[in-house]
Design a protein around this ligand. Structure first.
Ligand SMILES: [Zn+2]
Length: 277
């Protein structure tokens, strides 16, 4: 069966080179196998998601040459039931949970956030780029906030299952969070997708690329005269390809580690340590 992948941008900020790297890998991986690519707008966070940003992101993706086959319903229109998932309600604040520990599991509160009653034990999975991984899942992560809004670990698992996604390709900062998602697939009795995590890109300040690194946004690079071809000249080596060509894509050739992006958009060739200044 050809794979089904997805591009899942969060419309709270414009796309930067780090997003382009992850979406480029998702595109290459699916196109190399003749699969199907979905676009899903991850606008769960109603306070930060903006429709105009979602549209600008679609334009950036088209400019990059990352065309998708079908756009599925955005997260803001979906429901995220907890059916089949062991959960308990938790009334702790972050601070009290940290200092005193959470004993909500045995208290049966009738309010508060819903936490995953995570089955104990480490999780093993294989990352297509990074190889075999073993992590302990996050301790009982929140699946539904006290205000009723679904949290990312729940939404992404339910959505990927409902959308028929068979391969997840995304930034390396989510590698460890995969353990919780694998446990959710297990308790739901679903087959987990395959995983591929791409290198993390950091700015000159050593911090993960974000809105604060405006000069690495695609719209800024475009305004500075960059073509999409130049973006792929810069990012291609991290993905083991010369340009955006699926013919030569091999997940084993995707670089590992953290790479620094300079303010002019160039990328340091050797991996760097995360957070090092
Ligand atoms: Zn608690």
């Amino acid at each position: 069966m050809p794979p089904t992948g997805r591009l899942a941008p969060t419309p709270s900020g414009h796309l930067h080179l780090g997003n382009a790297l992850a979406f480029g890998a998702a595109w290459l991986s699916v196109r190399a196998e003749g699969g199907r690519l979905l676009l899903r707008v991850e606008d769960l966070d109603a306070g930060r998601a903006r429709q105009d940003v979602a549209e600008a992101q679609r334009q950036d993706l088209r400019w990059l040459g990352l065309h998708w086959d079908h756009e599925v319903a955005p997260q803001s229109t979906r429901r995220y039931p907890l059916d089949g998932i062991p959960v308990f309600r938790c009334v702790c604040t972050r601070a009290t949970r940290h200092m005193l520990g959470c004993h909500c599991r045995v208290k049966e509160h009738d309010k508060g956030a819903w936490r995953f009653d995570t089955p104990r034990g480490p999780v093993e999975f294989v990352d297509r780029a990074c190889g075999p991984q073993t992590f302990a899942p996050d301790e009982d992560p929140i699946l539904v906030r006290a205000d009723g809004e679904a949290a990312y670990p729940l939404a992404v698992v339910l959505d990927d299952h409902r959308d028929g996604v068979t391969e997840v390709v995304r930034g390396g900062d989510l590698l460890q969070a995969t353990a919780t998602q694998v446990k959710l697939y297990d308790v739901l009795g679903w087959t987990a997708p395959s995983w591929l995590h791409v290198p993390i890109l950091v700015g000159e300040d050593g911090k993960k690329l974000s809105k604060s690194h405006g000069s690495t946004e695609l719209r800024a690079l475009r305004a500075a005269g960059w073509s999409a071809g130049r973006v792929w000249e810069v990012l291609g080596p991290l993905l083991g390809v010369a340009g955006l060509d699926p013919a030569g894509f091999d997940a084993h050739k995707v670089a590992r580690g953290t790479f620094r992006v300079r303010d002019d958009g160039s990328v340091q060739a050797a991996p760097t340590q995360p957070g090092s200044g």
